[in-house]
Design a protein around this ligand. Structure first.
Ligand SMILES: *[C@@H]1O[C@H](CO)[C@@H](O)[C@H](O)[C@H]1NC(C)=O
Ligand SMILES: *[C@@H]1O[C@H](CO)[C@@H](O)[C@H](O)[C@H]1NC(C)=O
Ligand SMILES: *[C@@H]1O[C@H](CO)[C@@H](O)[C@H](O)[C@H]1NC(C)=O
Ligand SMILES: *[C@@H]1O[C@H](CO)[C@@H](O)[C@H](O)[C@H]1NC(C)=O
Length: 433
């Protein structure tokens, strides 16, 4: 990596410090401020290092992964989420929050940015060394990196031989990194605990697990509430998915509701209800030690899945819908709708085949099972032919991971006719919530 330094540094790396004593106004930070005792930095407290990034939108076309202008700093203006993230962190933990900012020529090619990442990492490692001399313990460092910042954190981790405490990658960048050697990207050997939240793995994000705990939100690719059409919204089309990891993380720190990941080998298995919980508690997004993982040694590839809603605080309840029908002679489709007064309804279409009678599907609902008021089934088959009645043996809904024993809610023996939806109201009360 020394060769990058010898190119002569075009990078200007700056550090800003936020603590509980100055949550609103970041102060410039460097070793000099430590030396003359004019800083709020407190070496007895943990240090969070935020690797700041925002994305410069290309002017017209959506970028292709080979030629897009890379995520780069909005020159001059600090992205507003940095402050939000720092404040959310300081609400949970009394810590030194150091924001790393770097500035370079605006339109570099992607590979140049990757190389710059290593230069930034070297410069940060100099600061970490100084802070160590000042009394900070390596394990008390927690790096939080968005996009490319996640890999920069990984490079710093490599320089300290994996001894820094924690790295959180918020949708770690994908292009160029997916096939990279672990030395050249974030991986579990970079810190004592490495976690990542994936929200755009089909585009800007990386699709492979990179930590001890990898949370794949809604499968990790497309997020609820992000526009799929570039004509509707450029932000929605280009970076909404990518930035969702950050917003969900801030929400999780805010702590209004738990964002719990379910270990599963694939998203498909997760959606089919093949993975319903964990021994003990499932890992959670946030600042819990090791995200709540208690196994030792930590797993190397732990894919965790969860569904979210489209807006803060993003938490959804995972409802498993189980449906058994009598054997069909033509394939069919039913729509399952869950309703709770005052909330948007949740709907899911199920394709029914002639060779199978039992169907399982996990859906996201904004409230817990005990608050679901009603279920509706609609027979929504193809329009071209008359779809016959669907004879349902039972339909059950249950919630997972469940807190204690909660019985599924079931309704048995129903005929669902085309054109006349079937409804059932649940009368239930929530206790223990
Ligand atoms: C402390 O050091 C910083 C950076 O060198 C400098 O800007 C500041 O004026 C110094 N403060 C005092 C009180 O010397
Ligand atoms: C900074 O201040 C603390 C207490 O206020 C003192 O113990 C320490 O010696 C000071 N350090 C320097 C370098 O002045
Ligand atoms: C630094 O943090 C420690 C531990 O939280 C606390 O006891 C101490 O008072 C703090 N020092 C200052 C100068 O705020
Ligand atoms: C976090 O909480 C603060 C107030 O406590 C609120 O202003 C902010 O919008 C919340 N952020 C998210 C993402 O939920």
């Amino acid at each position: 990596w020394l060769q990058y330094r010898q190119q002569g540094s075009k990078l200007q790396v700056q550090y800003l410090l936020l603590t509980r004593k100055n949550t609103d106004c970041a102060s410039l930070f460097s070793q000099d401020f430590l030396n003359n005792n004019t800083s709020y930095f407190n070496s007895s407290q943990p240090t969070k290092i935020i690797l700041s990034f925002s994305i410069s939108l290309p002017p017209s076309q959506p970028p292709s992964t080979s030629t897009f202008l890379p995520p780069s700093l909005a020159l001059g203006s600090k992205p507003s989420w940095v402050k939000q993230l720092a404040q959310a962190l300081l609400q949970v933990q009394d810590a030194n929050v150091v924001v790393v900012d770097w500035v370079y020529g605006a339109s570099l090619a992607y590979h140049m940015v990757v190389e710059n990442c290593k230069e930034v990492a070297i410069q940060i490692s100099v600061l970490v060394n100084q802070l160590q001399n000042y009394g900070c313990k390596l394990e008390s460092f927690h790096f939080i990196g968005v996009s490319l910042g996640a890999h920069v954190s990984g490079f710093v981790g490599t320089l300290f031989k994996g001894k820094i405490g924690r790295i959180t990658g918020l949708d770690p960048a994908g292009p160029m990194f997916k096939r990279a050697d672990t030395f050249d990207r974030l991986d579990p050997s970079d810190a004592l605990f490495v976690e990542a939240i994936h929200t755009d793995s089909d585009y800007f994000g990386i699709s492979i697990p990179v930590g001890h705990a990898d949370f794949f939100l809604n499968g990790g690719m497309d997020q609820a509430g992000c526009s799929r059409s570039r004509f509707l919204s450029m932000y929605g089309y280009v970076i909404c998915d990518h930035m969702r990891a950050l917003h969900v993380y801030i929400s999780a720190l805010n702590g209004t509701c738990p964002l719990t990941g379910i270990p599963c080998s694939s998203y498909e298995d997760f959606l089919k209800g093949r993975c319903l919980g964990c021994p003990g508690r499932c890992p959670r997004i946030g600042l819990l030690e090791n995200s709540g993982l208690t196994v030792s040694p930590l797993p190397q590839q732990n894919k965790l899945f969860l569904l979210t809603t489209s807006a803060p605080p993003f938490c959804a309840h995972h409802i498993l819908v189980q449906l058994e029908v009598f054997l069909l002679d033509k394939s069919a489709e039913v729509q399952v709708i869950l309703r709770t007064g005052g909330h948007p309804e949740t709907e899911q279409r199920l394709r029914l085949q002639t060779d199978s009678t039992v169907y399982r599907r996990v859906i996201a609902h904004p409230v817990p099972l005990c608050e679901i008021d009603s279920i509706q089934l609609k027979n929504t088959g193809a329009r071209f032919y008359r779809q016959g009645d669907i004879h349902v043996v039972y339909v059950c809904i249950s919630e997972f991971p469940s807190i204690g024993e909660v019985e599924p809610l079931c309704v048995k023996k129903i005929d669902v006719r085309r054109g006349s939806p079937w409804n059932h109201d649940f009368v239930q009360l929530c206790d223990n919530y």
